[in-house]
Design a protein around this ligand. Structure first.
Ligand SMILES: [Zn+2]
Length: 102
């Protein structure tokens, strides 16, 4: 096999998204399988888009700055910030402005 073949193989190999079925069949622990399924379902049902988060970010940040339990009050925004670097950056910038007004 020459280098070109290797490169062609590398690029033709599409990254496979883990599907629930695969994850379940790969684990032998039924409790774990249920947990994974639950996590996937939860993610699909409750996930906010970046637009949703941006719309709530002012409010969320002010609450966080006041020391309110935002993880309890706005868990979906908190969840999104945990997984989305762009929104987290925006949040941290906003928080910085609120905590250190010019
Ligand atoms: Zn986002």
């Amino acid at each position: 096999m020459n280098l070109f073949e290797i490169i062609k193989r590398l690029f033709s190999k599409k990254p496979q998204l883990p599907l629930a079925d695969d994850m379940v069949t790969q684990t032998s622990d039924p409790q774990m399988a249920l947990k994974i399924l639950g996590m996937l379902e939860k993610t699909q049902e409750e996930e906010l888009t970046c637009d949703d988060v941006f719309a709530l970010l002012d409010q969320f940040t002010e609450m966080a700055a006041r020391g309110e339990d935002v993880a309890e009050l706005m868990p979906l925004v908190k969840l999104h910030l945990d997984i989305c670097g762009d929104c987290r950056e925006e949040y941290e910038a906003l928080l910085n402005v609120i905590q250190h007004p010019a």
